[in-house]
Ligand binder design. Structure first.
Ligand code: DMJ
Length: 477
């Protein structure tokens, strides 16, 4: 009897030990290299839920969560609810309905009649893009009315002599202001000047009023028409005189999404004039930015007039470009460009904000949980089905968890070399970074990549919602 009891106890102990060992193994496996795509997606989803709960607990009602001090932070004098509006489309794709309903109600209760100057570029991609994504998902006409109200409050910014928008607009009064640096007067960079074709096109389509798209197109054309003889834009321009105040030309932050929107907007709205602008731009990029260096493909920074090299640098933002190349059908350059980004990631297990590739030197050391490299690897995985891209994404996920996962959510770092934490969690981490990680782990039955177009903030829009013939009428091209 005693012997039997001892035997049973020993067997139980053995079974418990075996179970513990197998749990540990499966946890380690799922942290390092998830066994199945489903478990990877689930793991990302769980992190979204954890990080979103942190926003709700410590920062609800503020624009941003400061994850180390565990409090909220506003961009302006008053909150614009940027994190919730930005996070909505990721939560919706994950099927988190209670959360999305809560945000929809929050957005509907938002009064945009606020006496604050807002940066036109940032609110376009995050708030207008976010509201339109809520509408795309729910088809709730009250949400569309909110988006139209917001779009109307942005429009006065475009009322400049050149059609290039002012840097900021007051949401209540429509007064404009702003200087982004690089020269006296109302100066703006090219990305801030011309990243509106997608959101304003969608707004025109739904409102059946071309005025939004026409304002966006006039701004993009104003930049394109001031290109140099080499076909290149500069990076800073005076909104009132149309003079370039700096003549550097590149793919990096400050120009990036100008190019992105010339290409991507035509997927939804095949405006022949914009198509021609993109084709000419692509040619100039390939001729003047692209270079072989040390056996890799880089995109350098040049002077717009002479083509002379200004800097051999890459910023983590320009990792968006392989995605654009892949969507555009240029797989050869997309894959080679992606290799370069993957190489840089593996050097630091994160991307520095700016790296000088000729000098092998970190120029700006911080890293802010940005999505671009994940986005491009995701596009390439979807388009080529080469499994290596999913493996790369899983490495980025593992590294981001190692450096940046904290007690309540994730945080940026001050320096990619030391991984010194920074008390900030950008709203695009919810909108973009976690979305692309998640979608990479979902199979095609779960999400059909080809059925959607993403704006630069990763807000998804169903392509079938936009009829090309009606688009030409509603947008006026
Ligand atoms: C995002 O807000 C957008 O993707 C924007 O176009 C530039 N990059 C940030 C995230 O890095």
């Amino acid at each position: 009897m005693k012997k039997n009891r001892f035997l049973r106890a020993s067997l139980l102990l053995l079974a418990t030990l075996l179970l513990a060992a197998s749990c540990k193994e499966s946890k380690e496996t799922s942290e390092v290299s998830p066994e199945s795509e489903i478990s990877f997606a689930d793991e990302v989803k769980a992190e979204m839920q954890r990080s979103w709960s942190a926003y709700k607990e410590y920062a609800w009602g503020y624009d941003v969560l400061l994850p180390l001090s565990k409090k909220g932070f506003n961009w302006y004098e008053e909150s614009l609810g940027i994190s919730p509006i930005d996070a909505y489309s990721t939560l919706a794709l994950m099927g988190l309905e209670a959360e999305t309903q809560e945000i929809e109600a929050y957005a509907l209760a938002m009064d945009w009649d606020k006496d604050v100057y807002v940066q036109i570029f940032e609110v376009n991609i995050r708030i207008l893009g976010g509201l339109l994504a809520i509408y795309d998902h729910t088809q709730n006409p009250e949400v569309l009315a909110k988006a139209i109200d917001f779009g109307n409050r942005m429009l006065p910014a475009f009322d400049s002599p050149t059609g290039i928008p002012y840097h900021s607009v007051n949401l209540k009064t429509g007064a404009v202001s702003g200087n982004q640096g690089e020269g006296e007067g109302n100066v703006i960079n090219v990305a801030q000047a011309a990243t509106y074709l997608i959101e304003f096109g969608i707004l025109s389509y739904y409102a059946k009023d071309p005025k939004y798209y026409q304002a966006a197109k006039r701004a993009s054309k104003a930049i394109f028409d001031r290109r140099s003889e080499l076909g290149l834009p500069g990076d800073y321009i005076n909104v009132e005189t149309g003079e370039w105040t700096n003549t550097w030309s590149y793919l990096q932050a400050g120009v990036d999404s100008y190019y992105e929107y010339l290409m991507k907007s035509t997927v939804l709205f095949p405006d022949p004039e914009v198509k021609a602008m993109w084709e000419a731009s692509r040619e100039a990029i390939n001729t003047h930015y692209a270079e072989e260096f040390d056996g890799k493909l880089f995109y350098r920074c040049v002077d717009m007039n002479t083509g002379a090299v200004v800097k051999r640098s890459m910023s983590l933002y320009d990792a968006f470009y392989p995605a654009v190349q892949a969507l555009d059908g240029d797989l050869e350059n997309a894959e080679r460009n992606m290799e370069t980004w993957n190489w840089l990631w593996n050097k630091y297990q994160l991307l520095p904000t700016r790296y000088l590739y000729e000098e092998d030197k970190v120029e700006y050391s911080n890293s802010e949980l940005n999505p671009e490299i994940v986005e491009s690897a995701y596009y390439l995985h979807q388009i080529t089905r080469d499994p290596k891209y999913l493996e790369w994404i899983k490495t980025y996920w593992k590294d981001m968890n190692t450096c940046c996962r904290n007690e309540v959510a994730f945080n940026a770092v001050e320096d990619v070399r030391t991984k010194e934490p920074k008390d900030y969690l950008a709203t695009y981490f919810y909108a973009e970074t976690l979305k692309y990680f998640y979608l990479a782990g979902v199979d095609q039955d779960g999400f059909d990549f080809n059925a959607y177009l993403f704006n630069t903030e990763a807000h998804p829009f169903k392509r079938s919602h936009f009829d090309p013939a009606l688009a030409a009428t509603y947008l006026g091209y």
